[in-house]
Design a protein. Structure first.
Length: 382
C-alpha cells in the first residue's frame, strides 16, 4: 500500500487534533473544566479539517452528504469557544454550562440535514437548479456568520469583565487578557474573510480561490490546534468568582470598629509580615490572614483606601523596591532581581506599576533622585 502526500496530510491533521484532545484530558488540575471544552472543540476541528480535505479530493455524492453534516459545526464553534473562555476565567460552584438556547441553531440545522438525506441525488440537483437549496445555503451561512459575530462580541465583553475585576482580586499579571485579545483579533480576521467570501459569492457571484468559505473554516480549525498546543503549557489561571460580576457592596457594609480592626490587621500584614513579598498573593489569601471575607476586604480597599487590591499591594512592593535602591542594593543586583525580591513576578508588571505609582521609570528615578543623594523616599504607603 502506498500513501500520497494528500493521505499523509490527512493523517497528520486528524492525528494532531486527536492527540491534543486526549493529552489535554491528562493534564492534572490545570484549567480542567475549560480544557474539557477545548478537547471537544479540537475534535470538531479535526472533523472539519478531514471533511474539507476529503471534499477537495473526492467529489462524490456521499462525501457531499457527509460534508452537509460537517457544515453544522459552524453553529458550535462560537458557543463552545465562549464556553471555554468562560470556564477558563471565572469560577463557579459547578462547571458553567450553556443553556439550550445557545444550541437552537445547531438543532434546526440537524432537522435540515435529516431532510437532505431523504432526497435523492437527482432531487438535490433539481433543487440546486431551481435555486431552492441556494436560498437555504445563503440562510445557513448568514446565520452561521451572525452566530460567530455574536459570540466574538460576547467574548470581548467577557474579557473586559475579567480585566475590570482582576486587579481587585490579584496583585500579579497573568497576561491572560492579552492572550484572549490576540485570539479575538485572529477570529475577527477569519470573520472578515468570511464576510468577503459571503458578499462576493452571493451578491457578486465571484468565488475567490483563496479567500473563501472552505479556506476560512480550514484556517480556523488549524488555528484551534495552536490554541490547544498553547494550553498544554498554560499555567493554572486565577479564576474570578462569578458573583463579582453581579453583586455590588453596600456603602455601609462595615462598622467603624470593624474598619479600624481591619486597618490594623492590614498594617501588620504589610509592614510586619510582609505578605506583599508573595508573588501569587490574592485577595482571598489576604482576607484569610485578616480574618475577614474577600467582599469585606474588597469593599474596604475600594471605599476607605480608594484603591484596587492590585494597587494596594504593588504600592508596598514599590516602596520596598525604593528602600532597596536607597540601600544601594541596585549596585550589586539587577533592577529586575530587586523587583522579584519584593514580590513582582514579571518585568512588565513591575515597570507598569512603577510608572503608575511613581510617575517615572525605575531607571530615571534612580538617575534623577537617588544619584542626587535625596535620601527621603517617596511616602507611597501610609
Amino acid at each position: 500500500m502506498s500513501f500520497s502526500l494528500f493521505d499523509i496530510l490527512l493523517i497528520v491533521i486528524v492525528s494532531q487534533g486527536l492527540f491534543l484532545a486526549i493529552v489535554l484530558q491528562l493534564i492534572p488540575k490545570r484549567n480542567k473544566t475549560a480544557n474539557n471544552v477545548l478537547s471537544v472543540i479540537l475534535l470538531i476541528a479535526s472533523v472539519i479539517c478531514a471533511g474539507r480535505v476529503l471534499a477537495y479530493k473526492y467529489n462524490s455524492f456521499l462525501i457531499l452528504r457527509i460534508g452537509t453534516l460537517i457544515d453544522g459545526t459552524i453553529y458550535l464553534f462560537g458557543p463552545l469557544l465562549y464556553l471555554y473562555f468562560r470556564r477558563l476565567l471565572f469560577r463557579d460552584k459547578e462547571a458553567y454550562k450553556l443553556s439550550f438556547k445557545h444550541y437552537i441553531l445547531i438543532c434546526l440545522f440537524g432537522i435540515y440535514a435529516v431532510w437532505t438525506f431523504t432526497l435523492s441525488q437527482d432531487e438535490i440537483k433539481t433543487n440546486l437548479n431551481n435555486g431552492d437549496l441556494r436560498k437555504l445555503f445563503l440562510l445557513i451561512e448568514l446565520t452561521g456568520l451572525c452566530s460567530m459575530l455574536f459570540y466574538t462580541y460576547k467574548l470581548t465583553q467577557l474579557t473586559s469583565t475579567y480585566k475590570k475585576y482582576e486587579q481587585s482580586q490579584i496583585a500579579y499579571n497573568q497576561n491572560i487578557t492579552n492572550y484572549i485579545k490576540r485570539i479575538i483579533i485572529a477570529i475577527s480576521i477569519f470573520i472578515s474573510i468570511w464576510v468577503f467570501s459571503f458578499v462576493s459569492g452571493y451578491i457578486f457571484r465571484y468565488y475567490h480561490p483563496l479567500f473563501n468559505y472552505n479556506m476560512m473554516w480550514l484556517s480556523i480549525s488549524i488555528f484551534m490546534y495552536f490554541i490547544g498546543f498553547y494550553s498544554l503549557t498554560q499555567p493554572e489561571i486565577f479564576r474570578l468568582p462569578i458573583k463579582l460580576t453581579v453583586r455590588k457592596a453596600a456603602r455601609d457594609r462595615m462598622s467603624e470598629r470593624d474598619i479600624e480592626d481591619l486597618k490594623s490587621k492590614l498594617i501588620v500584614a504589610m509592614n510586619k509580615e510582609n505578605l506583599y513579598l508573595k508573588p501569587n498573593l490574592s485577595l482571598s489569601m489576604l482576607a484569610t490572614y485578616a480574618n475577614t471575607s474577600s467582599n469585606n476586604l474588597s469593599w474596604y480597599l475600594n471605599k476607605i483606601e480608594n484603591k484596587t487590591f492590585y494597587r494596594f499591594i504593588n504600592e508596598h512592593r514599590i516602596n520596598a523596591f525604593i528602600k532597596k535602591v536607597q540601600n544601594n542594593e541596585h549596585q550589586e543586583k539587577t533592577l529586575l532581581a530587586l523587583a522579584f525580591e519584593v514580590g513582582f513576578n514579571t518585568k512588565s508588571t513591575f515597570n507598569k506599576s512603577f510608572r503608575t505609582i511613581v510617575n517615572d521609570t525605575p531607571v530615571n528615578y534612580i538617575k534623577n533622585t537617588i544619584s542626587k543623594n535625596k535620601s527621603d523616599s517617596i511616602q507611597l504607603v501610609d
